[in-house]
Design a protein around this ligand. Structure first.
Ligand code: HEC
Ligand SMILES: [Cu+2]
Length: 379
């Protein structure tokens, strides 16, 4: 019977051993127990449902009276039968409760010494905090060691779901929430040739995780979704989980993403941050108004604010907009942009500004920096 269920189309995730399994790969210590409990409850329900529905139809047919004939009262009952059908199922219920509660408590009790990673959810993306100012949208963890996520949201309720880990938890604004799991399957690495080929074909654009099924550092991954409907772009609120085999490998990755690589221009790094840090969800490059103004007409443009004041969008203004977005709210927009204070380094912000200059139509006409002002800055 299990084989039959395993042949049904999958419901969750696309990281599957085969296209025709019920659940995705089991990749954490929770997975086997969770699945077992799920099928235990499902099959008990099926085993009760079939005879009950069968009796229902059979009695309908058996006791059916011709039209017009009066129904007779039948109040006799069978005490042993009624005791049996009350007491027997209660054993199953208690078993389900005990196993479910045990598994739930286990998932809520973080083991001592778990590795802690911060997670911030926002409309519409994720930022993982590896400490020391290293932020990245990808979740990278260590195999065979418990990981704790300390989670917060900067706007509405989101929910973290990693199907392969069978782990899921809401992220609620205004409070910290946590979850933990222990991944027991490390992510494979693709060959250097395969990675080089994908990088070449992908070009300079946003990395296409769906197409390549590995990250731009060459790791296979598990999916992480938002499972709480949180607005227009809820469906794109996805990222990946990479499980490293050794702590050296994980540290090397963190080191690699912690700063702008020497061979990358500020403009290219700025573009990467624009795509990686969720700016793209709210700011377009082609003039379309999204939640925020398009960057096509941002840098160098004249800005009117909700409080009636004006300013030119120069470097300082862009910097302040990123660090203190609620201070000057552009007219016609809601003050919903999250602050990136402590999440983007000075070099990151400078890179974003450099990038915004390249995409803005107003760039060349930007506030001319006079000689005196230049000297002032250098002082
Ligand atoms: C949840 C949506 C959202 C996200 C994510 C977001 N912003 Fe914004 N942003 C807005 C909104 C709305 C405004 C306009 C209101 C205001 O000024 O606060 C804005 C305004 C701005 C402005 C001023 C624009 C102008 O033309 O006057 C800049 C610059 C900016 N954002 C940069 C960024 C950068 C860089 C990121 C990513 C690191 C980012 N934003 C992420 C919503 C967002
Ligand atoms: Cu969400």
């Amino acid at each position: 019977m299990f084989a039959l269920m395993n042949n049904m189309p999958h419901l969750l995730g696309d990281q599957l051993a085969s296209k025709f399994t019920w659940f995705p790969e089991q990749a954490s210590t929770f997975a086997a127990e969770n699945d077992w409990l799920f099928f235990f409850i499902t099959w008990i329900c099926v085993l009760f449902f079939i005879p009950i529905a069968g009796c229902l139809f059979y009695f309908c047919w058996k006791y059916c009276k011709p039209k017009g004939q009066k129904a007779e009262s039948n109040t006799a009952h069978n005490t042993p039968l009624e005791l049996a059908w009350s007491i027997l199922p209660s054993f199953f219920l208690v078993a389900m409760f005990v196993m479910g509660a045990r598994s739930y408590l286990n998932q809520r009790t973080v083991p001592e010494g778990a590795n802690n990673i911060g997670l911030k959810a926002f409309k519409w993306g994720w930022t993982m905090d590896y400490g020391k100012g290293v932020m990245n949208p990808e979740l990278h963890i260590l195999a065979n060691e418990p990981t704790k996520l300390s989670m917060r949201s900067s706007d509405v309720i989101h929910s973290v779901f990693v199907p392969a880990f069978r782990a899921k938890k809401d992220v609620v604004p205004g409070r910290y929430n946590y979850m933990w799991f222990e991944a027991d399957v490390a992510s494979e690495r693709v060959s250097d040739e395969e990675l080089a080929k994908a990088k070449f074909e992908n070009g300079d654009g946003v990395w296409d995780y769906d197409k390549w099924q590995f990250t731009q550092d060459g790791y296979r991954f598990f999916d992480l979704y938002c499972t709480e409907y949180c607005g227009k772009n809820h469906s794109v609120m996805q990222t990946v989980v990479v499980v490293h085999e050794t702590v050296e490998d994980l540290d090397a990755w963190i080191e690699k993403v912690s700063k702008r690589p020497a061979d990358q221009t500020p403009e290219a790094w700025g573009e990467k941050l624009y795509n990686q840090r969720g700016c793209a969800g709210c700011h377009s490059l082609d003039g379309t108004k999204r939640v925020g103004p398009s960057f096509k007409e941002s840098y160098g443009n004249q800005r009117r604010f909700a409080d009636g004041t004006n300013a030119t969008a120069d470097e300082d203004y862009i910097r302040n907009s990123i660090l203190y977005p609620k201070k000057q709210v552009v007219e016609g927009y809601q003050p919903v942009m999250p602050s990136y204070q402590g999440q983007l380094s000075d070099d990151d912000i400078a890179s974003i500004i450099a990038y915004l200059k390249t995409v803005s139509d107003y760039g060349p006409k930007a506030a001319p920096v006079t000689d005196d002002e230049e000297t002032n800055i250098e002082e």
